[in-house]
Design a protein around this ligand. Structure first.
Ligand code: ADP
Length: 401
């Protein structure tokens, strides 16, 4: 028996094989289908997809044999990979010095015929083969050889696809971990900013209370700008903490009576905006996190009042519709200033605003919070609007959260 030669650049070949993460993997139908076709086409009782590891040959797919691997020194395919661009064919092992006393020739499965096409990766490393074996001496015809080569190409495509998928999964995990880390950092930083801001605000108040007599009109104006800035920053931090908290909270669900919830939210806003008319009809009780859904309605009804037209009192209508077995569709319509068309999608992004802060103070976080809550539950949110005529925000909520 002749031991197979170790290929040149064996270290690199083994390293490349490891990148496919396929050694010792479980059988897979895609590979088994190709082995089956190889066996059928070549009319052979045994067909294998082999991968040559350092000391053994692993069978990724096998038809006609029970073992999962064999020692490398007895492997036919270890000879085949030394000529990566050729199909190796042994018509009769009893006539071939290399294999005549091979244990798998003398003993089971009594290999007499072998044909294997090397599996070669794009860098030119041969990992193993797609091969067919028989206990009878024979020769593949040209068509069988061509088909076996094409099938080997398909095995290589499967291997490359597997590698790409693994790489993708790894990148996705890295991106997820990075996003989580960033969110945790923003959350922690925002949280830590609260205290110094509270301090600045208190000292600005003290300064105004105790020393305003020493300041001229310009000085007082600057003081007021500084207080406004701090207030705005506090608002943004509170909203940002709310936004990032949503990522960390688990999804919970209870029966929430939306009609009652909208009444409570309306009562809250009407204390400050007595002229606001908030109507609703046909609102159901649904499965949701009551706290999160309250935040959605607070933001949407709050905005409907905030972005009102100066000349008329706000009229807001909250509705819900559902077809049996489908998601609920909620709508919150107002008669406010409306939204420019080029902002209709953008406003759901973090810090995105369509109106000036001077006229309408805000942080640009409220709708991003709504979107996050709704999407987390499996719904979606969108808006239809006409400048000067009003806006209608829609969102869907799955029946079973
Ligand atoms: P904020 O109101 O704090 O700016 P939001 O995220 O709640 O932040 O809203 C984003 C932007 O969408 C607002 O700045 C505003 O331009 C626009 N918007 C939201 N709701 C309405 C509405 N009902 N009518 C008109 N514009 C709206």
């Amino acid at each position: 028996m002749e031991k197979p030669k170790i290929p040149d650049k064996e270290k690199q070949r083994l390293a490349a094989l490891k990148t496919y993460d396929i050694l010792d993997s479980l059988p897979e139908k895609d590979y088994d289908d190709l082995t089956l076709i190889a066996a059928e086409i070549c009319d052979a009782p045994i067909a294998l997809i082999t991968l040559i590891d350092e000391n053994r040959q692993f069978f990724k797919s096998r038809i006609g044999v029970d073992i999962e691997d064999t020692p490398r020194e007895y492997s036919f395919c270890s000879h085949a990979i030394n000529l990566p661009d050729q199909l190796m064919q042994v018509e009769d092992t009893s006539m071939d010095q290399r294999f005549v006393d091979n244990p798998y020739v003398i003993g089971e499965p009594k290999i007499t015929f072998y044909a294997g096409v090397p599996l070669v990766n794009p860098e030119g490393y041969a990992f193993g083969t797609l091969c067919v074996l028989d206990s009878k001496a024979k020769r593949l015809n040209e068509r069988q050889e061509r088909a076996l080569k094409s099938l080997a190409n398909q095995v290589m495509h499967l291997l490359e696809l597997r590698k790409k998928n693994k790489e993708l999964e790894l990148s996705r995990k890295k991106v997820d971990a990075y996003a989580r880390e960033t969110e945790e950092f923003v959350y922690a930083a925002s949280h830590d900013l609260k205290e110094p801001l509270r301090m600045i605000r208190s000292f600005l108040k003290l300064l105004k209370k105790k020393h305003s007599q020493h300041l001229n009109e310009e000085g007082l104006k600057y003081l007021s700008y500084a207080s406004d800035g701090v207030k705005r920053m506090q608002m943004m931090i509170a909203d940002m903490l709310e936004y990032y908290r949503l990522n960390m909270d688990e999804l919970t669900a209870e029966k929430v009576d939306i009609s009652k919830l909208v009444d409570e939210v309306s009562a809250f806003y009407k204390r400050e905006h007595q002229d606001a008319e908030i109507k609703h009809s046909g609102l159901p009780a649904i499965n949701a996190s009551g706290k999160d859904l309250r935040m959605v309605f607070e933001n949407l009804i709050g905005n409907a009042i905030k972005y009102r037209k100066a000349e008329n009192h706000p009229v807001i209508t909250v509705r819900a519709e559902a077809n049996p077995g489908e998601d609920w569709v909620f709508s919150i319509a107002d008669n406010g200033v409306g939204i420019p068309e080029d902002h209709l999608e953008r406003i759901f992004g973090l810090f995105q605003r369509a109106h000036s802060g001077k006229q309408y103070p805000g942080t640009g976080i409220g709708l991003a919070i709504c979107k996050k809550i709704i999407e987390k539950a499996g719904g979606k949110i969108w808006v239809e609007s006409k400048l000067d005529a009003g806006s209608t925000f829609f969102f869907t909520w799955p029946e079973n959260v």
